[in-house]
Design a protein around this ligand. Structure first.
Ligand SMILES: [Mg+2]
Length: 249
């Protein structure tokens, strides 16, 4: 364990747990299934001249870069060519998301219990909240603002513009958060919370704990349990139960 971060009232580093929250299907949902296509199709058309097969795709638990690579695979774009355009993609995403939000087609709602759980964990000395999501970072931040949760996510996190492979994200989150806190917390002190098998798999890959929540559109309780998360929650509505679950990890 490294030095203390220099603030006198800081919790002991060994007792800390970092909660890495997925966004879609875990903290919030769009009112309509596939609403993200309203802004992602024009982004791809602007940046690459085509949205490929995005309109036909069903995605869940994928990073935005991975979605784009999948969508454009048959159009002759290599992963390298797509990665080279990340800056452009970020800019166009924000333009299109803001347009879609202004036009009112992008409705989001918080899932049950989310605000209460975040209020409880943010006041609890054992926990720090951060994001680990397939959304590109500016889109993730915008969504958090739109649903009024931005205040809970001041720490750096890991995002869908970091990699096409969600399994790369835990290590990035560990590095960034440790640098930010001036600590060297091991991955075992991080808890990934998400609604898809990919969340569980990326936690495993990163040697983190995984808590599955069954509030996504795509996966059943059985689908999630088949990937043996450390804990399973039907939703986040029972704040006591959620805290007890985190406390056991
Ligand atoms: Mg999700």
């Amino acid at each position: 364990m490294s030095d203390s971060p220099g603030t006198s009232d800081y919790r002991s580093p060994e007792g800390l747990r970092i909660l890495l929250w997925d966004i879609d299907g875990t903290l919030m949902r769009s009112h309509r299934r596939d609403a993200y296509k309203d802004y992602t199709v024009p982004v791809l058309e602007n940046v690459f001249g085509t949205a490929g097969r995005l309109r036909e795709m069903t995605v869940s638990g994928m990073t935005d870069l991975q979605i784009i690579m999948e969508a454009l695979r048959d159009e002759g774009f290599t992963p390298e060519q797509i990665r080279e355009r990340v800056e452009d993609l970020r800019t166009h995403y924000m333009t299109e998301m803001e347009r879609a939000t202004r036009e009112g087609s992008q409705g989001f709602h918080l899932l049950p219990g989310v605000r209460d759980v975040l209020e409880a964990t943010s006041q609890h000395p054992r926990y720090l909240n951060s994001l680990l999501t397939g959304n590109i970072e500016p889109a993730a931040r915008l969504k958090m603002q739109l649903v009024g949760l931005a205040e809970f996510f001041q720490l750096p996190g890991a995002f869908g513009d970091d990699s096409h492979d969600r399994r790369d994200l835990p290590q990035l989150a560990v590095e960034r958060i440790n640098r930010h806190l001036n600590l060297s917390l091991p991955p075992q002190q991080f808890i990934v919370i998400g609604d898809t098998p990919n969340d569980i798999l990326c936690a495993r890959h990163g040697h983190m704990h995984a808590v599955a929540v069954n509030t996504g559109r795509m996966y059943s309780r059985e689908d999630l349990l088949a990937h043996t998360p450390d804990a399973f929650l039907p939703d986040l509505s029972d704040v006591e139960l959620v805290l007890r679950t985190f406390d056991s990890l």
